[in-house]
Write a new protein. Structure first.
Length: 204
């Protein structure tokens, strides 16, 4: 039977998850209200945990510490009531598998959990990009930036390259991978298409 851990200081939400898991026979749900409790437990039993449901904004506590330390050992889903894009982007960079908004209904929540359990939602293998000798240094940087959902300006700032170089590199990557680059398409659509291609290519 699967074992899950939920970390949230909202007792009503924890009880709602407990009832949802029980009614749908999802397995054991262990709850913690503080990062210290969670950390002490995970040090001993992290290998037994299927999924960790972690509140992104515990009152006065650094839940990101748990994400940073255990994202390569446990499948972590962030529980969030925030729309802070920078914080969400950071969590994906740090290795969380998915986000569950606290206003979703039970079926939507369980669908996300099922996808993570079945490996349908997973981090792209970023290390493969670094090992790909066919890619130039700037191409690796821009590809990572697109996969992280960064804007051209953000990619430039993080990797210390100009915005014009980012745009030129993106265009070159389309050509290298044999993709159609339609300049009339909205920028977001083009980059989402490129991102999906990279994910499929490097997870193949």
């Amino acid at each position: 039977m699967a074992k899950f851990v939920i970390v949230d200081d909202n007792s009503s939400l924890v009880e709602a998850f407990r009832l949802m898991f029980f009614c749908n026979e999802y397995g054991e749900l262990i709850d913690f209200y503080t990062i210290k409790e969670t950390s002490d437990y995970l040090k001993k039993y992290h290998k037994d945990i299927e999924i960790l449901l972690l509140d992104i904004s515990l009152d006065g506590q650094n839940s990101l510490k748990i994400l940073d330390e255990y994202s390569d050992k446990i499948k972590i889903i962030m529980l969030s009531g925030t729309s802070d894009e920078d914080l969400i982007r950071y969590c994906y960079k740090a290795g969380c598998k998915a986000f569950i908004r606290k206003d979703l209904n039970n079926r939507e929540i369980l669908d996300i959990i099922d996808k993570v359990l079945n490996g349908e939602i997973d981090q792209v293998k970023y290390n493969n990009i670094e090992k790909d000798e066919s890619l130039l240094s700037n191409e690796q940087k821009v590809m990572k930036g697109v996969l992280y959902d960064l804007t051209n300006i953000e990619i430039g700032k993080i990797y210390h390259i100009s915005e014009s170089t980012v745009k030129k590199t993106l265009s070159g990557l389309y050509n290298k991978f044999g993709l159609t680059y339609d300049s009339s398409d909205p920028k977001k659509i083009r980059e989402e298409a490129l991102r999906e291609y990279f994910i499929n290519y490097y997870n193949a």
